[in-house]
Design a protein around this ligand. Sequence first.
Ligand code: SF4
Length: 216
Amino acid sequence: MKTLCGMCPWACGIVVSVENEKVVRIEGDPDHPWNHGKLCPKAAGIIDYVYSPDRIKYPMKKVDGEFKRISWDEALDIMAAELNKIKENYGAKSWAVLEGMSFVCHGFTSMTLLQRFCDAYGSPNFITPESMCYLSRITANMLTLGKFPAADPENSKCIILWGHNPAESNFITAEQIMNARKNGAKLIVIDPRKTSFAKKADIHAQIRPGTDCALC
Ligand code: SF4
């Protein structure tokens, strides 16, 4: 069946083969307009993500060095007691929750629940990568352009990579940039690091860390 990879926000097209109600193979969808059948190594881990014997599917408690399955009620009682102990001894603000890419990967649901949990506990310390990255990017785009446009490097004549190295973070965009380069697009990299794209760029503005605003 055709579906989308949910291991990161790029949602590449995948073809999932199922035999006897079990996923046996994951391949890139050659008809998908974004990844054209290609996948990153994370997609190769999807089957393990579901069937790994080490996957935690229910609450576990370490007893005498061994993890043993416990009920949800017991797990919740233990957690409530420990959380109350932390609050009594160190104050609610000693508690912080750090979530992965909640907004883009799981929608608002988990983010909303965890934020509500922190509020109920009395801690303002809820952190996600969006605290410093994605939401600020959306906000800046909305304020300057009125919407959140997607970049189209493949059809660009001049590409600026500002503190961004898609060779490490987004293999599809990296490939699109390389295709644009073959068609004569100029590449400007603004980055303190000598990334692989910086080495290939027409201009590498190797600014000092923290001086981006001066360059703006
Ligand atoms: S980039 Fe990798 S992890 Fe992300 S959606 Fe595509 S295949 Fe999945």
